[in-house]
Design a protein around this ligand. Structure first.
Ligand code: DX5
Ligand code: ZN
Length: 219
């Protein structure tokens, strides 16, 4: 993949003005919408569910990247496909039969992603990397926006990139959590393809300009 992507995380948007934040992303230089679904079991927080995603996808005009932080995600694969998800990412730690889950996501017509918690070693994906369209390396503990970036992430990106090259896979690497203009360049230099940014974009004075700033940094 040549061009590097920015995916604003809607978790940090203003839920009382969701449509205007979605339109802002539509008109901006952003590439994807990143949508965080939390169940209060896999992570100690509950974000939003299907009716909100349905509302988002009625307005969103870019790729919808859904990050499931839920136990037993297999139950909802077809539901998320029908709600407009283009990429569906499940957590390694939540899937007993990951290979089967990945096939089910692809059979439902979506790109299949796997997210890794900060403590989960990238080597665990070696035997399944060719079946994964996207690996989401969590650079914070999942569950909340606005946390600080874990520095060990750079090592994980390097290691994962080497596995992808070694296995001749086409997997892309996404980074999620604590992304700012300070770490964006180093992350793409390490091998990242997609940067998720929540607070850094939506809590800034001018989110459109902040997205542009990130795009310029990683171009
Ligand atoms: C955290 C979520 C992230 C979050 C990122 O569990 O997966 O997508 O929205 O937010 P920031 O960019 O504020 O760390
Ligand atoms: Zn996320």
């Amino acid at each position: 993949m040549t061009s590097k992507l920015i995916a604003p995380s809607i978790l940090a948007a203003d839920f009382a003005n969701l449509q205007s934040d979605i339109e802002m992303v539509n008109k901006s230089e952003a590439d994807w919408f990143h949508i965080d679904i939390m169940d209060g079991v896999f992570v100690p927080n509950i974000s939003f569910g299907m009716p909100v995603l349905d509302a988002i996808s009625r307005h969103a005009k870019k790729t919808i990247d859904v990050h499931l932080m839920i136990v037993d995600p297999d139950r909802y694969i077809n539901t998320f496909a029908s709600l407009g998800a283009d990429v569906l990412t499940v957590h390694y730690e939540a899937c007993t039969h990951l290979h089967r889950t990945l096939q089910a996501i692809k059979n439902a017509g979506m790109k299949a992603g796997v997210a890794l918690n900060p403590h989960t070693n990238v080597d665990l994906l070696k035997d399944v990397i060719q079946d994964i369209d996207l690996v989401c390396i969590m650079s914070v503990n999942p569950g909340f926006g606005g946390q600080s970036f874990i520095e060990n992430t750079y090592n994980k990106v390097h290691q994962l990139k080497n596995i992808i090259i070694e296995k001749n896979a086409e997997t892309i690497i996404e980074i999620d959590g604590g992304v700012t203009s300070k770490n964006a360049k180093k992350l793409v230099e390490a091998g990242a393809d997609v940067l998720v940014a929540g607070s850094f974009v939506f809590k800034s004075e001018n989110p459109t300009a902040t997205i542009q700033e990130l795009k310029n940094i990683i171009a």
